[in-house]
Design a protein around this ligand. Structure first.
Ligand code: S5P
Length: 456
């Protein structure tokens, strides 16, 4: 199969489409390439494999891999044709907390050539390479079927990787235009689109959520990124700890339903403290039901959370209806979405986190950001890099030293969290179980603030 035949076949089976498509990044693209279905057209799969073999036959590598799912059957066929061993990494296990498992046999230090169907920005290629490198596999080269990127080759080169491609976007457009398979107008539209994304515009961080703005300004005013998680079961202890620590914190996180002696005096007293000690109130209720149920859980019942908590937490598992149920008709209320958890073995994966970002991006007035954790600074940085503009990261599972508890809680340090991108740290037992809680709260605040100043 020639390159020209290959492009015409892709166009024929609908793997190259023109129209209006929303990309993962949120951008609207006038074209979309989707090679997933080529496995149903053996002669196209075979043709692509032959073209790839031709491209890589003189390159040096010990093993081959394809990035799941689309590129895996392609790489498998190429490996078979070249009699090279194949390895791959399970897509699901790329999620935080589970570790990356490589399937197939390889020696530490093996040179691996990575095949993928497309390149758009190069970011996911770098993530893949880093994941393999952590397992002792050496990656230098990537081969993609279609290079639809603007600067993918340059971006990968900056990180020390070489990109090879069978064909790029311009060549595809030229080929289709020469055969009158695409209008002049469409060609221009595609050119304008690629030109516009190749010059990254500085996105103005315009935050419209008033509560997000309030939290940011209080962080600056109190020079504190410390959210205290006051998980105790009596009001006496609750207010004693608050007396000692209130001046150090920017926000107080409650689990109101763990109080044994909750009564009608609790909320007015809490509000009085919040005013006097100048902190915001955040009830960590973790709503997770259908809109109609959470509506009542938020407004009614014993606690009437919507009356007093400026922020609440939301599990997005039930879909965006939860935000309607909670916030329709509400003013001056916002939420943090659990996009990653700190507990060992939690079921959240990358796809789930990404979906949380998508929903939040569409609801900036009721979502202020995310609760999120990570195994180290780099991991948190990668997570934060995917946030919608202007959204904040609050990180729980934080202590002065790394560690864990007996029930699966995992702790990173104050510095790990803030350097990785946390805007606030959520600290519970690190402070409330300390001998001198006042002193400990001060240490947490100062260490977080120092790191935050260095980061920004
Ligand atoms: O993933 C999470 C999300 C939250 S909100 N992991 C967490 O630990 N939390 C909450 O943060 C948890 O419910 C608790 O209130 C606090 C952490 O408490 P610590 O005593 O372990 O610091």
């Amino acid at each position: 199969m020639t390159k020209e035949q290959f492009v015409l076949e892709l166009q024929r089976i609908g793997a190259i489409k023109f129209g209006s498509f929303t990309l993962k990044s949120g951008l609207t693209s006038p074209f979309y390439f989707d090679l997933r279905d080529i496995i149903s057209f053996p002669y196209i799969l075979e043709g692509i494999a032959d073209l790839l073999v031709e491209k890589i036959k003189d390159m040096e590598f010990d093993v081959l891999t394809g990035i799941p799912y689309t590129a895996l059957p392609i790489a498998s066929l190429v490996a078979s044709k070249m009699q090279k061993p194949l390895i791959y990494m399970r897509k699901e296990e790329k999620a935080y907390g589970t570790g990356n498992n490589v399937i197939g046999k390889f020696k530490k230090g093996a040179k691996c050539l990575v095949i993928d169907d497309l390149i758009t920005t190069g970011a996911s290629k770098i993530e893949t390479a880093e994941a393999y490198e952590r397992k002792g596999v050496v990656i230098k080269d990537f081969v993609v079927v279609i290079d639809r990127s603007s600067n993918g080759k340059e971006d990968l080169a900056k990180q020390g990787y070489k990109l090879h491609s069978l064909i790029n976007l311009n060549e595809i457009m030229e080929l289709l235009q020469n055969r009158n398979l695409i209008s002049e107008e469409k060609v221009n539209e595609v050119r304008n689109f690629t030109a516009s994304i190749s010059k990254p515009k500085k996105v103005k961080e315009e935050i419209t959520n008033l509560l997000t703005l309030k939290l940011i300004s209080k962080i600056k005013e109190k020079k504190s990124n410390l959210v205290l998680s006051l998980d105790v079961t009596t009001q006496k202890e609750f207010f004693e700890i608050l007396d000692e620590t209130g001046s150090e914190i920017v926000m107080l996180k409650t689990h109101v339903d763990i109080l044994d002696d909750y009564d009608e005096n609790f909320v007015p007293k809490l509000q009085e403290y919040a005013k006097r000690q100048n902190f915001l109130i955040f009830e960590d209720r973790k709503f997770a039901d259908i809109g109609n149920t959470v509506k009542h859980q938020y407004r009614n019942g014993v606690y009437k959370i919507s009356d007093w908590a400026e922020f609440v937490t939301v599990h997005m598992v039930a879909g965006d209806g939860i935000l309607k149920g909670l916030f329709d008709g509400m003013e001056n209320r916002s939420s943090f979405v659990l996009a990653r958890m700190s507990s060992k073995g939690n079921l959240i994966n990358e796809t789930y986190s990404r979906k949380c970002f998508e929903i939040a991006r569409k609801n900036p007035n009721v979502v202020s950001g995310f609760i999120g954790h990570g195994k180290d600074v780099e991991d948190i940085k990668r997570f934060k890099a995917k946030f919608p503009v202007g959204m904040l990261l609050l990180t729980p599972g934080v202590k002065l030293e790394r560690g864990s508890d007996a029930m699966g809680q995992q702790y990173i340090t104050v510095e790990d969290a803030i350097c990785g991108g946390a805007d606030c740290i959520i600290v519970g037992r690190g402070i409330i179980k300390a001998k001198d809680r006042k002193k400990e709260a001060k240490i947490y605040r100062e260490r977080a603030w120092k790191e935050y100043q260095e980061r920004i």
